[in-house]
Design a protein around this ligand. Structure first.
Ligand code: MN
Length: 265
């Protein structure tokens, strides 16, 4: 493999002012010199060593995610990473393998044949670390009522039904109504990222972590992510009589883009 100098700016980006010497050692020595000696050891091998070293210490945070993405970029295949983690599990510890697999699965996910999907998986994993509730599974059951990809994690199925709903940027649900003859409606509480709630005929309301939204029964509305942010909210189904969700037309790009323009100006 031709020698290729690694350009790294993460140290200076994150710690350039606070710890300039650490930033220099990180960017110029660790990456600029050691990682760049790829005539002695390939980038693929260095990735393999680094992933196992981080996993062994149980450092399963953003640095491991970064190095897993790097490992994929440096040619480690999905089959190989599964074998590497399995092998290391016996020496490093079983729970550390589980934690590493959780990240690796996203990086080498099935649809990750193109760079976009890899970036999505990375962004999703990144977003997961911002919140205490799980992202859950792709929201396939309701996908027909959403534009974009959403994810659903049921949190409570007793007393009050509560789910955590995660939206990728620009994802939103169709206009809809939570019908009830008595009680009913829905409450949302922002968990992470930034999103919108809009009732028909009213201005959209921004939802940030901690924002509480009360949606009366029989009111037409939609909710979803901002254009530039992942978003998650808890959704509480308020108990009522003869409750039913009625799904209506999608929120068009025109409506959605106009909303962002209005808010920004
Ligand atoms: Mn709703």
């Amino acid at each position: 493999m031709a020698q290729q100098k690694i350009i790294q700016t993460a140290g200076r980006d994150a710690l350039g002012e606070f710890a300039p010497e650490f930033a220099r050692l990180n960017d110029d020595v660790l990456f600029g010199e050691v990682w760049s000696r790829n005539h002695l050891l390939s980038l693929r091998d260095r990735s393999l060593i680094t992933v196992v070293a981080l996993m062994s210490q149980g450092i399963t945070d953003s640095s491991l995610l970064h190095h897993l993405q790097n490992a994929k970029k440096n040619g480690i295949t999905r089959t190989e990473i599964a074998e590497i983690i399995t092998h290391a599990a016996f020496y490093a510890g079983w729970p550390k393998a589980w934690a590493t697999f959780r990240l690796a699965k996203d990086v080498w996910n099935e649809e990750a044949d193109n760079a976009d999907n890899t970036a999505d998986a990375g962004a999703r994993a990144q977003f997961q670390r911002e919140m205490i509730f799980p992202i859950g599974e792709p929201n396939t059951a309701y996908a027909q009522y959403f534009i974009g990809n959403s994810y659903l994690a049921p949190l409570s199925s007793e007393q009050v039904i509560v789910s955590n709903v995660t939206f990728e940027p620009r994802c939103r649900n169709n206009w809809h109504v939570h019908k009830a003859t008595k009680g009913g409606g829905q409450m949302l509480i922002g968990v992470a990222g930034r999103g919108w709630y809009q009732e028909e005929g009213k201005a959209a309301v921004e939802i940030l972590p901690g924002t509480v939204i009360h949606i009366p029964a029989n009111v037409k509305h939609w909710h979803g992510a901002a254009a530039d942010s992942w978003f998650a909210h808890l959704a509480f189904s308020v108990p009522g009589e003869n409750t039913e969700n009625v799904w209506l037309a999608p929120v068009t790009d025109e409506q959605y883009d106009q909303l962002e323009t209005i808010i920004k100006n």
